[in-house]
Design a protein around this ligand. Structure first.
Ligand code: DX5
Ligand code: ZN
Length: 212
């Protein structure tokens, strides 16, 4: 179980005290800080961009796992690198130049992930998976916290794991103490959790997740 990592999503944090929230989840045992960037085009919601990421960068040494839900992410990679991203995840559906943007992220020495919406087949990973550090399997339709886990995600996790035995597989959406176990069984190892972590005692909630 020790290779399980928990990435609380600050989408469910109290934005009026974001710095304190980040220090609190760090202290509570989080492994990554998951940062959901939304542009109102790729997804029907707006959040924050590089200036906010830059403002919270010195609050923790934890890995900043930046989930870009924006159209044509290649336009902004350098800005997210400068703001302090450690892992940059782009959606396969958000660009027609997926291979190019992967190389762009790697050229800055950053880790790179590709995310798939619930309806997107894994075929798109075939010629790029060896370039990736992580695959993000979305277990809800992106855009909002607090949605219900989509069960067909489990087969998709198994299928990605069959493609590559060692790659990090992250799951995002509807992760709780009730849903994490079956995702671990299917082969995932990094878990984003927003509403579950932030609606209780952070330390207890993160420990519950780590127990699987
Ligand atoms: C959804 C985001 C998620 C979201 C997860 O578009 O990518 O990271 O914050 O929230 P929960 O854990 O509440 O489903
Ligand atoms: Zn996310």
């Amino acid at each position: 179980m020790s290779n399980i990592k928990i990435a609380p999503s600050i989408l469910s944090a109290d934005f009026s005290k974001l710095g304190e929230e980040i220090m609190a989840i760090d202290k509570a045992g989080a492994n990554y800080i998951h940062i959901d960037v939304m542009d109102g085009n790729f997804v029907p919601n707006l959040t924050f961009g590089p200036p906010v990421i830059k403002a919270i960068r010195d609050k923790t040494n934890l890995t900043f796992d930046v989930h870009l839900m924006i159209d044509k992410p290649e336009r902004y990679i350098e800005e997210f690198v400068k703001a302090g991203a450690d892992i940059i995840v782009v959606h396969a559906e958000s660009t027609i130049h997926l291979h190019r943007v992967i190389q762009q992220i790697k050229s800055f020495g950053k880790k790179v992930g590709v995310s798939l919406n619930p309806a997107t087949p894994i075929d798109i990973l075939k010629y790029i998976i060896n370039d990736l550090d992580m695959v993000l399997v979305m277990s809800v339709n992106p855009g909002f916290g607090g949605q219900k886990f989509i069960e067909s995600t489990l087969q998709k996790i198994k299928d990605v794991r069959a493609l590559n035995e060692t790659i990090d597989i992250q799951v995002d959406g509807g992760i709780t103490d009730k849903t994490i176990g079956k995702c671990i069984e299917a082969g995932a190892n990094i878990f984003v959790a927003g509403s579950y972590v932030f609606s209780g005692n952070y330390k207890e909630r993160i420990e519950n997740l780590k127990r699987g």
